[in-house]
Write a protein that binds this ligand. Sequence first.
Ligand SMILES: [Zn+2]
Length: 104
Amino acid sequence: MTPESPAAPQMPCPRCEGVAMPTTVRTAIWRSDDSLVIVEDIPARVCNLCMEQYYDEDVSDALRLLMERGFPAGEAKKVITVPVFSLEGRMRTRVELPEDTYLD
Ligand SMILES: [Zn+2]
């Protein structure tokens, strides 16, 4: 399948001085039941500076429709297994210092 985004030229980023370039992205969506789905092949424009992603209206509509239909498992392109890590116990305990303590 050729990713031929229909008329998606670059545009000035509304949030910064960057330029949002047409590309294809994927996104991970946490659902209310704590399950995770990934949507790929999303036509978007991504800012070259702030990395903000912008979707055209038909793209947002397609995403919303998929969401409203509850991401039917039978329509998934594939299923992957994802390793999950925790930061619990990986951080040094933060020592509370008096407010007038300065570290140089
Ligand atoms: Zn930007």
